[in-house]
Design a protein around this ligand. Structure first.
Ligand code: XMP
Length: 317
C-alpha cells in the first residue's frame, strides 16, 4: 500500500536515474506542490537543482521574503527575482480576467526564460504538477485549461528546449502534504492554502495598480492572521480577500467617507472542483470586519461571500 516513506524512497531513486549528472531548473511558487517537488529533487541531486522564485508583485503581504527565508532554511539553492514592475507594466489598464491571466503568464515566461539564460547546462525543467492538474487540463471547460498551464509554466519547456520532470504527477493534494511532512518540511508551508498563479490580480476586480495591491494586501493579512489566531486556518480549504470595484458611503467620526469595499471568501473543499462556503463564526467575522475597517485606510465596508461552487467559483475572476 502507498506510504509517504515508500514514495520518497522510490521517487528519489528514480529521479537520480532519470536526471543522471544533469542540472534541473524549477520555478517555486511558494505553494505546497512546487515546494515538495523541489525537496524531492534536492534529496535526489542536491545543488544540481536550481530554483527560481519570482516576485510578480501579486503575492500576499510579506510573502516573498517569508517564503524565501523558509526555502533557504530547507537548504534549497534558490534565487529570488524581483519582477514586480514588469508585471505591473504588463497589467496596466487591463480589466478582463482572461486578459490579465494571459499578460501574467506571458510575463512569467519572459522573466523565467531571461533568468534561465544566466545558467548553463540546464537539461530539465521540473514542475509541481499534481494529478488533479493533469485531469483539469484535459477537461473541456475553458478557463481551467489556462489555469494550470501558466501556473506550471506552460509553453516554457518547449521554448527553452528542456525536458520535463514531474515527480508529483500521480499524487493528490493530501498525499503531497504527507510527502512534505515525511521530508521534514515546516507545517506552515505544508498546510498553506492553495493560491492562484495570477495571485492578487484576480482578486482585484478591474484594473491593477500597485496602490490597489498594497490596499488589498493589508486587508488580506488581517484576515489570514486572524484565521490563524482563531485556529480556523486549517479548517478551511482556501481563504482570501477580494477588492471590489465599488465605493460606498460610511461615517468616521463626524465625517462622511466614500471608500472601497472588500469581500472575504473562505471555502471548504477537497479538490477545489466543488466548494462550500465556510460557516465561519459570526463573532470571528465581526472581529475581522472591524479590524480591517479601523486599520486599513481606504476601506469602509466588508462583506462575506456566501456562494457555493458551482455555480459560483472560488475566485471572483
Ligand atoms: P475557481 O475560481 O475556478 O478556482 O473555483 C479553483 C482553484 O483554482 C485556483 N485558480 C487558479 N490557479 N491559475 C492558478 O494557478 C489560475 O489562473 C487560477 N484560477 C483559479 C483557485 O485559487 C482555486 O484554488
Amino acid at each position: 500500500s502507498w506510504t509517504p516513506a515508500h514514495f520518497v524512497e522510490e521517487t528519489v531513486a528514480s529521479l537520480r536515474e532519470q536526471v543522471g549528472e544533469d542540472r534541473v531548473l524549477l520555478g517555486l511558487s511558494g505553494g505546497v506542490d512546487s515546494s515538495v517537488a523541489a525537496m524531492l529533487l534536492h534529496q535526489a541531486i542536491g545543488d544540481r537543482l536550481f530554483c527560481f522564485f519570482i516576485d510578480n508583485g501579486l503575492l500576499r503581504h510579506n510573502e516573498f521574503n517569508e517564503v524565501l527565508v523558509s526555502y533557504a532554511g530547507m537548504g534549497l539553492n534558490v534565487t529570488g527575482i524581483d519582477a514586480r514592475q514588469e508585471f505591473y507594466s504588463a497589467l496596466a489598464g487591463l480589466t478582463d480576467p482572461e486578459a490579465k491571466r494571459k499578460a501574467i503568464g506571458k510575463t512569467f515566461i519572459d522573466v523565467f526564460d531571461r533568468e534561465a539564460r544566466q545558467l548553463t547546462n540546464i537539461k530539465y525543467l521540473a514542475q509541481g504538477t499534481i494529478y488533479p492538474d493533469v485531469i483539469e487540463s484535459v477537461s473541456v471547460h475553458g478557463p481551467s485549461v489556462t489555469i494550470k498551464s501558466h501556473h506550471n509554466v506552460g509553453g516554457l519547456p518547449a521554448k527553452m528546449g528542456l525536458k520535463i520532470v514531474e515527480p508529483l504527477r500521480f499524487l493528490f493534494k493530501d498525499e503531497v502534504r504527507r510527502v512534505g511532512t515525511e521530508l521534514g518540511m515546516p507545517d506552515r508551508l505544508i498546510k498553506r492554502h492553495p493560491f492562484p498563479g495570477p495571485g492578487l490580480a484576480i482578486r482585484i476586480l478591474g484594473d491593477i495598480t500597485p496602490e490597489k495591491v498594497a490596499l488589498l494586501q493589508k486587508a488580506d493579512a488581517i484576515y489570514i492572521d486572524k484565521l490563524r489566531e482563531a485556529g480556523l486556518y486549517d479548517q478551511v480549504w482556501q481563504a482570501g480577500t477580494i477588492l471590489l470595484p465599488v465605493q460606498s458611503v460610511g461615517v468616521m467620526g463626524d465625517e462622511r467617507t466614500y471608500e472601497q469595499a472588500v469581500a472575504l471568501r473562505a471555502v471548504t473543499s477537497t479538490d477545489g472542483m466543488t466548494a462550500e462556503w465556510s460557516h465561519l463564526p459570526y463573532d470571528f467575522l465581526a472581529s475581522v470586519s472591524s479590524s480591517i475597517i479601523n486599520n486599513v485606510k481606504g476601506i469602509n465596508r466588508v462583506v462575506y461571500d456566501i456562494s457555493t461552487k458551482p455555480p459560483a467559483t472560488i475566485e471572483w475572476e
